[in-house]
Design a protein around this ligand. Structure first.
Ligand SMILES: [Zn+2]
Length: 405
């Protein structure tokens, strides 16, 4: 079957461009890691795809010295063509291990292979194939935009390899999203042991978002060791693009609250909230099924929903102090997570240091914070008990084992 090709309007250059699943695959002359950029996981977010199209075209023309391999790929091709977030269900919420397994084996009745199922089968087919091509590290960068006006930011799991990858990127980081969202693609590849992040470049159809995405792509190529800074056309301009867009905000925030929505809910966000805006405890934020929803703490509002599709009403986030980030780095490098089971209300599960059970009636406020900072993520809740599991990969992934074999 001929690969599907769609027309996408490039509002920066004022013309229509042809886009396929694979925008580009550029193999360097020197050995190195691999990087996979994904644009258009949500079909109403074309700016990441346009930025990839622009940068890849430049790379193909300039032919700089590249170490490793660079791939650019489209997420939801059908939805992108229609300009809709998704057709039937959100392609970025169906990456549970068993769903991926089904996609890999095409374990569906032909009648079931519609829209996002088909997109997932194709996309995973492509990515899975790539992962077989190299024993080296794979970076994943997923490009998104928001419905609300926002400075650029990064979503990622708090692994040491992710921290290292974004160290020189002048963009704020939000961690802990994976505890609140149904399986996005990045959580899946992160659990496989690859550094991966989502970059939110700004508002859906803003031309600044294209520039921010382009800047992020160039910076990622340098930070991942694919290109030398000097080989990037106008590297400084790209760095400053992001630096000015975020006003130099490089803070790390954690998600504290998610206002989830069910399909039948009527939800209306109060007007005028911007991303990262300060809110006070008790401040009215939205109307949910005729009731006022108020802020449960003084913190910052994040990703308020101002579009009709989506199941996250808003999030509340809070800054993590540099001190704690530093401490957790040292503790994780030294594998000191064993001491966590001495905290009040925290104990090992079946003798394993990798799984901890927290009793919220006994635990102190800092217990959960410390578990997060030590690289554990909340997995299951039952009554007053919560199960936390330590991420299998922190500083190194499976590529390292492949190499030393
Ligand atoms: Zn998105």
């Amino acid at each position: 079957m001929k690969p599907k090709e769609i027309n996408l309007f490039d509002f920066i250059e004022g013309r229509s461009v042809k886009v396929k699943r694979e925008i580009a695959a550029i193999k360097g002359d020197r050995p190195g890691s691999n990087i996979v950029f994904i644009g258009g996981m949500h079909g109403n977010e074309p700016t990441g795809v346009l930025a990839l199209y622009h940068v890849m075209r430049q790379l193909e023309q300039l032919k700089p010295l590249i170490s490793g391999a660079i791939y650019a790929v489209v997420g939801n091709l059908t939805a992108l063509e229609k300009g809709e977030r998704f057709i039937v269900n959100d392609l970025n919420r169906i990456w549970q291990a068993d769903m991926v397994e089904k996609a890999r084996n095409r374990d569906y009745h032909p009648d079931e292979i519609i829209n996002e199922v088909e997109e997932q089968i194709e996309l995973w087919g492509y990515l899975d194939n790539l992962l077989q091509t190299s024993d080296e590290k794979f970076y994943f960068v997923d490009l998104h935009t928001t419905s609300v006006k926002s400075e650029p930011f990064i979503f990622m799991s708090d692994t040491l390899m992710n921290r290292r990858f974004i160290k020189k990127t002048p963009v704020p980081v939000v961690i802990g999203i994976e505890e609140h969202l149904d399986e996005p693609l990045l959580s899946y590849v992160n659990d496989l042991g690859y550094p991966s992040l989502a970059f939110e470049g700004g508002q859906h159809t803003d031309s600044e978002s294209v520039r921010n995405h382009e800047a992020m792509i160039w910076l990622s190529l340098v930070n991942g060791g694919f290109m030398k800074k000097i080989e990037v056309p106008k590297f400084k301009k790209h760095y400053h693009q992001l630096y000015h867009a975020t006003e130099g905000n490089k803070k790390v925030y954690e998600i504290r609250t998610r206002q989830g929505l069910y399909p039948d809910d009527t939800f209306k966000m109060n007007a005028g909230f911007e991303n990262f805006q300060m809110i006070r405890k008790g401040q009215p934020l939205a109307m949910l099924n005729g009731e006022i929803v108020k802020a449960n703490e003084t913190a910052q509002i994040f990703m308020p929903l101002y579009q009709h599709k989506g199941d996250d009403g808003f999030f509340i986030i809070k800054k993590i102090a540099k001190f704690w980030l530093g401490i957790s780095y040292v503790f994780r490098r030294l594998n000191l997570y064993r001491i966590l089971s001495f905290l009040p209300g925290v104990r090992k599960f079946m003798g394993s240091n990798h799984v901890m059970i927290v009793n919220k009636d006994i635990a102190k406020w800092y217990s959960v914070e410390l578990l997060h900072l030590m690289g554990y993520r909340r997995k299951k809740k039952q009554g007053n008990l919560t199960l936390f599991i330590r991420r299998k990969f922190d500083l190194y992934g499976p590529w390292k084992r492949a190499k030393t074999r």
